[in-house]
Design a protein around this ligand. Structure first.
Ligand code: MG
Length: 295
């Protein structure tokens, strides 16, 4: 079609802009690395006499990661390294285990949290964990309102982020459901705190159990979390193994695919029935859900 001058002035630039938007839209997906499903579990979920035995069993079942408790971790580094030696497992994340409360109304309790977290971070870095999971305050742990609490948290996180960066790991905010922690309930809110802090080692995570209570869309929640999401907890609606009730993981997995998620999805749940039978079944269920989570 021949284009006159008026067409050229008005239509061509618009056509160009349209192409640019389309290209950006496509690259927005394809530029993200291909997401991976790396399955992990907290140590307490797995049967075994000791950590080594648990790790061996996890390796046999096809797990990729092991999540360890942060309390006392500096003294357990060798035990943990030894447990995963010769297996495919890596340490996925370190779950809390610090003393104090990050947004306590009592300054000395906040300082206790900072000190305690800084003691665990080098161990988390040594074990190459993606991060140390933190809950700013459970219900009843602070008298501060949400405005005061958020300000305190945003002021305090850069120091912890810097300690995490130096240790080679991250701090990860975990939103919980309102029954446990009104202060931080949704992934988008945790991500907004990370954005405001703007430190590369201050990130967050999502937990399917809490998300089932608080989020209107698992897909939307993970997209809102975006680049800040560096760990995921897996549990069914009633907080048992995925697949043991009607909780779907497809929307959440679509979200993880959308953001090109590279970290671990880790069991934090109870088990109905024999663990040796039910855990491998749950792994198979999750791999199917991942396959069916088509964007
Ligand atoms: Mg959790």
């Amino acid at each position: 079609m021949r284009m006159n001058r008026r067409d050229f002035m008005f239509k061509a630039p618009l056509a160009g802009a349209g192409l640019a938007i389309a290209a950006k839209g496509i690259s927005g997906i394809t530029d993200a690395p291909r997401a991976v499903l790396k399955l992990s579990s907290q140590e307490g979920v797995i049967p075994g006499q000791n950590l080594r035995e648990k790790a061996r069993r996890m390796d046999k079942w096809g797990f990729d990661g092991l999540e360890v408790w942060g309390g006392g971790l500096p003294k357990r580094i060798e035990e943990v390294k030894d447990a995963i030696k010769g297996t495919r497992l890596r340490i996925s994340a370190v779950c809390a285990g610090y003393k104090g409360v990050l947004i306590s109304d009592d300054k000395s309790v906040r300082e206790q949290a900072v000190k305690s977290i800084k003691e665990i971070l080098p161990a988390a870095g040594d074990l190459e964990a993606t991060g140390l999971i933190m809950v700013p305050a459970f219900n009843g742990q602070t008298k501060l309102d949400h405005v005061e609490g958020r300000k305190i948290l945003v002021d305090l996180l850069p120091e912890l982020g810097e300690a995490a960066r130096k240790a080679g790991t991250r701090v990860l905010l975990e939103p919980l459901n309102r029954g446990e922690a009104w202060f931080l309930r949704q992934l988008a809110d945790a991500a907004a705190i990370c954005r405001d802090v703007n430190h590369p080692a201050v990130c967050m995570m999502g937990d399917f159990y809490h998300m089932g209570i608080e989020e209107t869309s698992d897909l939307g929640a993970f997209i809102s979390g975006g680049k800040y999401v560096h760990h995921v907890h897996l549990a069914s609606r009633k907080r048992n193994l995925p697949g043991q009730d009607k909780r779907s993981f497809r929307g959440g997995f679509q979200g993880l695919k959308w953001i090109g998620y590279q970290d671990y999805c880790s069991f934090e749940c109870g088990v109905i029935g024999a663990r040796e039978v039910e855990i491998p079944k749950s792994l198979a269920f999750l791999r199917k859900e991942w396959e069916k989570a088509v964007l």
